[in-house]
Design a protein around this ligand. Structure first.
Ligand code: SAM
Length: 338
């Protein structure tokens, strides 16, 4: 086992002083809420496990509170992706202070548009079935992108691309408490939803701890939950991500109703009753089960049954319940399709 090291950073202005010094007023549109308490910052970084010697990619470092804590654990390389260029001077200050000890890349850009894996050292690559690579994704995520980001990353995990072309790269991330609870929610839980099934089909999800909104400046309206995700060696399904997501989304679209009601919306109106029942019959699921009563592996069976049906009837594949319905109408003697 590798030994955890600590490096001492040279004296730097406090994060509070940095914010004052560079006049870094938080921008609401970038979901900027800064974590000031060192004890809590260190707790997030500790949740990632031993990162000594690892490559760590931090999403949204802002003024650099978490970055400093990461650097104290002596990683080999740190990649910082921050959308707001006002933070560049404070991040450069930290990079300068540690330049002989840790290799730091600062990328001013949008995490949703950045392939961070291009900055990973090639020797960090592992086989999928090996232990996770010495790479960690860490971030006190902006609320405005956190759900979109995790869904995108799950899709990359399913395809083993981006950071997951290097193996089963682990994540330690913050979310709004309610979102974090949904991600980890087991069957029958009040918070069980599409996000729970999606996360738990590809990853081992652990809800680590809460952070009160009071710990942030400015204080957000909600509390925060810290979650770790480790991709499974063997995900529960090999079906295409988008198809799996569509089926799970539609089934949860009527959360309190019998799940067959949502399942019907996967098929055109004239056949929906028959096809949804056929799908449940193939999957051996009781149609009067409610969505939150369905286990992850039962969802996999339902999606496999859906796949079987659309292989038989390819015309249903692109059916979109939300698309405007085709109606014929007559305008001045012409027949139009609306
Ligand atoms: N890490 C700091 C902390 O814990 O105090 C700041 C966290 S703050 C909740 C979120 C950070 O993400 C902000 O610095 C914000 O500018 C940045 N951010 C927002 N949207 C982003 C995006 N699409 N890509 C990268 N960074 C983003």
């Amino acid at each position: 086992m590798k030994k955890a090291l600590q490096i001492r950073l040279p004296p730097l202005p406090t994060i509070k002083d940095i914010i004052k010094l560079y006049k870094l007023q938080a921008l609401k549109q970038l979901s900027q809420n800064f974590l000031m308490e060192e004890r809590l910052i260190d707790k997030i970084v500790r949740a990632a496990g031993n990162i000594t010697g690892n490559t760590v990619c931090e999403v949204g470092p802002g003024p650099g509170g978490i970055t400093r804590s990461i650097l104290r654990q002596a990683p080999q390389k740190v990649i910082l992706v921050e959308k707001d260029k006002r933070f560049l001077p404070s991040l450069e200050l930290i990079a300068d202070a540690t330049k002989h000890k840790v290799d730091i890349d600062i990328i001013i850009g949008d995490i949703l548009k950045t392939d961070v894996s291009q900055y990973f050292p090639s020797d960090a690559k592992r086989e999928w079935l090996d232990s996770p690579p010495p790479i960690n994704l860490i971030g006190n995520l902006p609320f405005s992108v956190s759900t979109i980001l995790i869904i995108r990353w799950l899709e990359m995990i399913s395809k083993q691309t981006g950071p997951w072309a290097f193996g089963r790269t682990r994540m330690t991330l913050t979310f709004q408490k309610e979102v974090a609870e949904r991600m980890a929610a087991p069957i029958l839980d009040e918070q069980r939803c599409r996000l729970s099934v999606m996360c738990q089909t590809w990853c081992n999800v652990k809800y680590k701890f809460d952070i009160s909104g009071k710990a942030f400046v400015p204080k957000p309206e909600v509390d925060v939950g810290v979650v770790t995700l480790t991709p499974f060696k063997y995900p529960l399904t090999k079906l295409p991500f988008k198809m799996f997501e569509k089926v799970v989304r539609q089934i949860f679209s009527m959360r309190q109703k019998y799940s067959i009601r949502g399942a019907r919306t996967l098929f055109p109106e004239n056949v929906c009753e028959e096809m949804a029942l056929k799908m449940y019959e193939i999957a051996e699921i009781d149609p009067v089960t409610r969505p939150f009563q369905i286990t992850n592996s039962e969802f996999v069976r339902i999606c496999e049954a859906y796949n079987e049906i659309i292989n038989m009837y390819p015309e249903f594949k692109d059916y979109d319940y939300r698309a405007p319905k085709i109606k014929a109408c007559r305008v001045e003697g012409m027949e139009l399709k609306l």
